[in-house]
Design a protein around this ligand. Sequence first.
Ligand SMILES: Nc1ncnc2c1ncn2[C@@H]1O[C@H](COP(=O)(O)OP(=O)(O)OP(=O)(O)O)[C@@H](O)[C@H]1O
Ligand SMILES: [Mg+2]
Length: 230
Amino acid sequence: MPVITLANTKGGAGKTTAALILATELARHGARVTILDADPQHWISHWKETSGPIRNVEVISHVTMASIQGHIRENSGNTDYFIVDLAGARNTLMATAIGLSDHVLIPIQGCAMDARGGAQVLELLGLLEKQAGIRIPHSVVLTRVNSLVTTRALQVVKELLALRRVAVLDTPIIERSAFRDIFDCGGTLQTMDASRISNLEKACDNARVFADEVRRLVPLRRVGSMRRAA
Ligand SMILES: Nc1ncnc2c1ncn2[C@@H]1O[C@H](COP(=O)(O)OP(=O)(O)OP(=O)(O)O)[C@@H](O)[C@H]1O
Ligand SMILES: [Mg+2]
C-alpha cells in the first residue's frame, strides 16, 4: 500500500488539485484509494461530501501528526494507495508524512516556478538521506502549466532541474477549468458535463497520462514497506 504525499511548503502550488486528480484516476483503474486530508482548508473532504460515495475512494478528514500513522496502519488492509494532501506549510506533520511516504510528489507551478517551497521539501528529503540514511523517492510535477507552453519550453525547465539532480515527471498538469470545477461539481472528471466545461476531454487525457506515469513510478503492491513495518 504505497503512500504518496503531495508536498510543497508554498500555499497554492497545486497539491490538493494534483492529489484529487491522482486519487480519482487510480480509483478509476480499480485501485482502492484512501486520501488522508491534512489540508486545513479541507477541500477534498468538502469534495467528498458533495460527491457522495465514489467507487474505490475513501477520504479521512482532519488528519494530524498524531493520527496519520494510525490511519495508515488501520487502513492498510483495505487500501491500495494512500494519498496525503498536506497544508502549504513547513511543519512537523509534513516531515512525518514525508517520512512515511513511498514517493513524494512536489507540485511546482509551470515555468514561473514557485520553487522556494519545493526547494524546502527537497532540502528536508536531502537531510533525511544524509542524516538518517533514509532515501525517499520523489519527483517534481509541474502544475497549472499553460496549455500553450511548448514541450520544448518544458524540456528546458526539466533540464534545469536535472542539473540539480531533481527528477521531473514527464507529464505536467495543465491549467484546465475542469481541474478547478471538480471541487464544486463533485464526482469525477468522467461524471462532469462536457457541454458546460471547456476542454473536459483534454483534462481527462491529462489526468490519465499523469496517473499512468505515477503508477509506473509507484506500482501497486500489497505488502507494507520495510520502513513502516520496522
Ligand atoms: N491544473 C489546474 N488547473 C486549474 N486550476 C488549478 C490547477 N491546479 C490548481 N488550480 C487552482 O489553483 C488554486 C490552488 O490550487 P490547490 O488548492 O490545488 O493548491 P494547494 O497547493 O493545495 O494550496 P494550499 O497550500 O493552500 O493547500 C485553486 O484555486 C485551484 O483550483
Ligand atoms: Mg491544498
